[in-house]
Design a protein around this ligand. Structure first.
Ligand code: 0A1
Ligand code: ZN
Length: 881
């Protein structure tokens, strides 16, 4: 840890390396406390490098044992070694071989970066800058090398030895209890994609035949006893491989594809070449322990990591500023995959909800940054919703503007032209520009300008002239270090819905380019005129959420409710109902804050009632229509002087009122959605559960559900985790009779399954009551909790800070003070996870003044510490800026 703040890294300072490392040969002799790593690097000076320039390699907490150049030990005055840097002078002009030996202590590695142990298994995490914790290296994504890895360990400790690429050799070491394996990866890659695993793991195997007829061995490695929970992950992998062939023409390129699930992991998963390492949360699934959401998450993350093989690995990033090049594009690809596997509108709604609840607040606060940032202090803090989710939206917009054919042609060109390269966003866009003949200069602002644009639409209909006019204005708000913004290219998918509910077709449009159903908004203001419009239409705007913007239109609640019932775009039916509910909730929040009675318009209640009862709609879609906008959605919309307790109270009361008015319809549909057969994780069955569970939530918050009978029966009858966790959530969050017994029963059943127990932690941490903070503190001493495991920390403390707005933002500041203490103590062992927790402060400036002052005091308390990691220092400094 460094007390000083290191200098920032800037995009404009990018320079290619002076040296290339063509091959890397690693010999890793594993031992829990003293692992020996011998790296043999074949290096050459690039033509562009200055003669005599020294070689400077990155390190991080490294212990150098020996160093040799072309087989001879280096003289002491030929190099300077520090834990974070190795400089070698007096190098030959021609190619040379550098041999470096380092010693590591995997057991002491609590940062979970580099080589560490998780439940006894040796594993690695090298993105973004973890390889430098294994050996000295040019640890940057534009240094591509061919790797050969020899791994050696005691056979009884680690019968399984895995590396990148294909296995080439394995054997016992005579006269010892050790064995070894050699792996070779023929595809040049950056160090962040290096991985190795060694441990006593169980294997689940399958095979895949590629479109060009090659046989690929598929293996999933898990802790013994978990073999039965890998079927869904394996099935998801095979479907991903087929889909990438069919939809993007991408074929797998090694003889094996290995996945390893580990229980201690900072993020979701990692796309190391041929050896994906996963947080076990995104591999293990059984009906008894995983919810439908977990199943969908596993499918998406397995696909995401697999898709990285082309978008990220075969074509990688030139520098970390280009992170969205692999992440935004790969999220777009996994979203499309899930849409094809499930219902497209339901998936789109889920993705937009995530974007609005995570990315929009980020874009509106002190941590806002462009999809492609230009400066960072700590790259680990840029694995954000903006880079991932907004990055995916940018690719989606590209497709909307270009159309599917030109988009595919652009992707094909990208794969063909840049295969084997480390490249940039500019190079990516150039492929689409060339394939489509469109100028994408203005579009590229999406990568440069932070902040969520606002689109304001005012419309009028002139019956005599049969003319419908929409004035569309755009503005992009100022964000940190970007005060003035330029107008963007915004794809606005739109249709006019006639009074009979059908889409008006064959209209002529002036005032903006329109391709298909997409208006190309480019100017600060457009006057868009539709002629020959026979009757007053209701415009259906931003269909499928065609751009990540705030849409402000002059549509009345009556117009929106018309769209909620009649729009031909299911996404916009959902969106229209949400918009009406959002205004109702804002009114209710104002009433709650002013201690006035909370009322709900009957029209909204009727519209919700209609969507519950409409059997022609997919139950999963109906479940989404029923879900009221969340507390963070309301806070975002309110924008300033936010009182999270008033929001929470208003939302609860509105839900209870709706439940009371619709109790009969709700109960009838609840009963109708009871599962007709044994559990299945498919989209249809999970949709029925989703609808039934959201109805349970309403009914239990209404007057009729207060005795807890329905929720307890739901809990007792549950034959799967989705229903059991939903019922427990309702019992605890509505504090119904029997909630304590249900908590005890759940803990009894799942106490020894950490991923299942995480749900128990989260449900309690997110209960919106004054004792939630005490509960969280108490649960940190529970036998199933550990500060050393990131999943446990996220399930309990992360859930409290991000999923319990009223209690984290308590008026007395105790929630803030607690988080600050946790951040400070966790920073000593795992700065990455500590920094993520600290980012829960990101919306503090939008709170009402008293809470604001308390949040600021907690942040300043953290910032005042001399010994902060760069990770936490970066987050708190930016939050306070
Ligand atoms: N590239 C991974 C995400 C990831 C990033 C950093 C990590 O360690 C600090 C781990 C994983 C993905 O997009 O799945
Ligand atoms: Zn990714």
């Amino acid at each position: 840890m460094r007390p000083d703040t290191p200098a920032p890294v800037r995009l404009e300072d990018y320079r290619p390396t002076d040296f290339a490392i063509d091959t890397v040969s690693l010999d890793i002799r594993l031992a829990p406390k003293a692992t020996q790593v011998r790296a043999r690097l074949a290096i050459r000076r690039r033509d562009t490098a200055a003669k005599g320039a020294p070689l400077v390699l990155d390190g991080d907490e490294l212990d150098l044992v020996s160093l040799a150049l072309d087989g001879r030990p280096l003289a002491a005055d030929a190099y300077t070694a520090a834990p974070d840097r190795l400089e070698i002078r007096a190098l030959p002009d021609g190619p040379f071989v550098l041999e470096i030996e380092t010693r590591l202590d995997p057991d002491a590695n609590t940062k979970l970066m580099g080589l560490y142990r998780s439940s006894g298994t040796y594993c690695t995490q090298c993105e973004a800058e973890g390889f430098r914790r294994i050996t000295y290296f040019l640890d940057r994504p534009d240094c591509l090398s061919v790797y050969t890895t020899r791994i050696e360990a005691r056979e009884s400790d680690a019968p399984v030895l895995l590396g990148n690429g294909n296995p080439v050799e394995a054997g016992r070491i005579e006269g010892t209890d050790r064995h070894y394996a050699v792996w070779h990866d023929p595809h040049p890659k950056p160090a962040y994609l290096f991985a190795m695993v060694a441990g006593d793991l169980a294997r689940v195997s399958n095979r895949f035949t590629t479109a060009d007829g090659r046989d690929v061995a598929l293996n999933i490695y898990v802790e013994h006893g978990n073999e039965g929970a890998c079927d869904w992950a394996m099935d998801s992998l095979k479907r991903s491989m087929r889909w990438d062939e069919e939809v993007f023409g991408r074929i797998y390129d090694l003889e094996v594809f290995n996945i390893v699930a580990v229980s201690d992991f900072n993020m979701g998963a990692m796309e190391n070449k041929g050896l994906n390492i996963f947080n076990d949360k995104y591999v293990l699934a059984s009906p008894d322990t995983a919810t439908d959401q977990d199943y969908a998450g596993i499918e998406a993350v397995i696909a995401h990591e697999y898709f990285h093989n082309w978008t990220g690995n075969r074509i990688t990033c030139r520098d970390w500023f280009q992170l969205c090049l692999k992440e935004g594009l790969t999220v777009f690809r996994d979203q499309e995959f899930s849409s094809d596997m499930r219902s497209r509108p339901v998936k789109r709604i889920a993705d937009v909800r995530l974007l609005k609840s995570h990315q929009f607040p980020e874009d509106a606060g002190p941590l806002a940054h462009p999809v492609r940032p230009r400066l960072y202090h700590e790259i680990n803090n840029f694995y954000t919703a903006t880079v991932y989710e907004k990055g995916a939206e940018v690719v989606r917009m590209l497709k909307a503007l270009l159309g599917p054919e030109d988009f595919r042609a652009g992707m094909d060109l990208f794969f063909e032209r840049h295969d084997g390269e480390a490249t940039t966003v500019e190079a990516f866009l150039a492929c689409f520009q060339e394939a489509s003949g469109r100028d994408l200069a203005q579009f590229s602002l999406w990568y440069e300008q932070a902040g969520t644009p606002t689109l304001t639409v005012d419309s009028k209909y002139e019956p005599e002239a049969r003319r419908f006019t929409m004035t569309v204005r755009q503005s992009v708000p100022p964000t940190p270090k970007q005060s003035a913004k330029k107008p963007m290219t915004i794809p606005l998918k739109a249709a006019l819905i006639g009074p009979d509910g059908t889409e008006m077709t064959g209209l002529s449009v002036a005032g903006a380019e329109m391709t298909g159903d997409t208006l190309h908004i480019r100017n600060p203001s457009h006057m868009i005129v539709f002629s020959d419009v026979p009757a007053r239409p209701v415009p259906s705007l931003l269909r499928e959420f065609s751009a990540p913007v705030h849409l402000k239109s002059d549509l009345s609640d009556a117009d929106l409710l018309f769209l909620a019932a009649r729009d031909t775009d299911p996404f916009n039916r959902w969106q229209a109902l949400q918009s009406v509910a959002l205004s109702a909730l804002i009114k209710a929040t104002q009433a709650a804050a002013g201690q006035r009675p909370i009322t709900v318009d009957p029209e909204l209640v009727d519209a919700i009632g209609a969507s519950i009862a409409d059997d022609s709609l997919d139950p999963a879609f109906r479940a989404l229509c029923l879900q009221l906008p969340g507390e963070t959605d309301l806070a975002r919309e309110i924008g300033k002087d936010v009182d999270p307790e008033a929001i929470c109270q208003a939302r609860r009361q509105v839900r209870a009122t709706i439940a009371d008015r619709l109790a009969e319809t709700m109960l009838a549909t609840y009963t109708a959605m009871t599962s007709p057969g044994p559990f299945s994780p498919d989209a249809a069955a999970s949709g029925r559960r989703a609808l039934r569970n959201v109805l349970l939530e309403y009914l239990s918050h209404g007057t009729g559900g207060q005795d807890g009978t329905l929720a307890r029966a739901h809990f007792d009858a549950a034959d799967n985790m989705t229903d059991r966790a939903a019922a427990l959530g309702v019992l605890v969050h509505a504090r119904l009779p029997g909630h304590e017994e249900a908590l005890a029963a759940f803990a009894d059943r799942h106490g020894h399954t950490p991923l299942a127990l995480d749900k128990w932690f989260t449900i309690q941490a997110t209960a919106p009551f004054g004792d939630a903070l005490d509960t969280v503190k108490r649960l940190t001493t529970h036998a199933g909790f550990s500060m050393g495991n990131p999943n446990r920390v996220r399930a309990l403390i992360g859930a409290f800070a991000t999923g319990n707005q009223s209690q984290f933002n308590r008026a007395d500041g105790a929630g803030f003070d607690y988080l600050a203490e946790v951040v400070l103590s966790l920073d000593k062992t795992n700065p990455q996870v500590a920094a993520r927790l600290a980012s829960a402060f990101r919306s503090w400036r939008s709170l009402e003044p008293e809470r604001q002052a308390r949040a600021e005091a907690a942040l300043r308390h953290v910032a005042a510490m001399a010994e902060l990691s760069p990770d936490v220092r970066d987050i708190v400094d930016r939050c306070l800026q």
